[in-house]
Design a protein around this ligand. Structure first.
Ligand code: NI
Length: 133
């Protein structure tokens, strides 16, 4: 993929804020920061427009709570068409994290993430919205 250059005009306040963002995020330069922002915006639009997206649902729960692990497992089977893979990590004697990679129409992914969140006993659930472009 060829790299094309173009000029960007910004007022001095916005340029200062861009430079602060470069520093804060440890980007190597302004171009990298602008590329990151453009890609982030494209990913967000895909999620907003119900296009095909990728991401991950990260959930934490206590496996000692009766039926909780089975409920999490059943939901993954029910939505296997949207789930690429899952990783179960035992954090301590009873706490577990599951990282569930997902791919599909944004609306269905959000619905699935909400279903994980709604399982009674889940400590934390977060949908990481990502993209592959
Ligand atoms: Ni576990």
């Amino acid at each position: 993929m060829s790299i094309k250059r173009f000029g960007v005009s910004l007022d001095s306040k916005l340029l200062d804020e861009l430079d602060q963002m470069v520093h804060h995020n440890q980007f190597s330069n302004r171009s990298q920061a602008i590329r990151f922002l453009v890609k982030k915006n494209i990913v967000e639009q895909k999620w907003d427009k119900d296009q095909d997206v990728t991401g991950a649902v990260v959930i934490t729960y206590d496996h000692q709570i009766r039926e909780l692990h089975a409920r999490v497992n059943r939901l993954q089977h029910e939505y296997h068409c949207l789930i690429l893979s899952g990783q179960h990590i035992h954090i301590d004697d009873h706490s577990c994290i599951e990282v569930i990679a997902v791919k599909g129409p944004a609306g269905k992914i959000i619905k699935l993430a909400n279903k994980f969140k709604a399982i009674k006993g889940i400590k934390h659930s977060e949908l990481v919205m990502s993209g592959t472009d």
